[in-house]
Design a protein around this ligand. Structure first.
Ligand code: ZN
Length: 163
């Protein structure tokens, strides 16, 4: 019985994770529509999305305008604190050093990311920053809806090369 309940709980939990990652993907599509590298992110607090953002680095000419960084800034504003202790970040691509650093600094609970970024990802690809002994430990889960995130990125760069 207990085992059954565990399985049901687990599948409900997974469905929620997929729902949140889909919201992040929706943001990534918004980035794609304005010719930005299609990466999107949401921040979840107490089971609800409190911030959404997509990459706008070209449009804003701002180096920190990565999806997850912007979403975390919005979340902090909403909560009224720089501490994102009970927050989870869903981002369609593996975070870069800047965003991973911001997650550690703001004490994010868990980061869920989709596709790996072999060129600048630091949650596995280049190194795993989150394994290092900082004062705060961010949990990491990878691979959520990775295929769709990857396809979106691949198609985007293909189109860029044709132009
Ligand atoms: Zn970043």
């Amino acid at each position: 019985m207990n085992q059954d309940r565990d399985i049901i709980m687990k599948s409900q939990e997974n469905q929620l994770k997929i729902k949140f990652m889909k919201a992040a993907l929706k943001e990534a599509y918004k980035a794609e529509q304005i010719n930005e590298v299609p990466v999107g992110a949401v921040v979840v607090h107490q089971g609800k999305i409190i911030a959404r953002a997509h990459n706008t680095r070209e449009k804003e000419q701002t180096f920190y305008a990565h999806a997850e960084f912007l979403a975390m800034m919005k979340a902090a504003k909403k909560i009224g604190s720089w501490r994102l202790e009970d927050c989870d970040v869903y981002v369609t691509m593996e975070p870069c050093p800047m965003c991973a650093g911001a997650m550690i600094q703001s004490r994010v609970r868990t980061v869920y990311y989709g596709v790996k970024d072999l060129k600048s990802g630091v949650a596995d690809s280049i190194i795993n920053i989150f394994e290092l002994p900082f004062n705060h430990h961010v949990h990491v889960e990878s691979g959520l809806l990775a295929e769709e995130s990857q396809k979106l990125l691949k198609d985007f760069f293909k189109k860029l090369r044709v132009k």
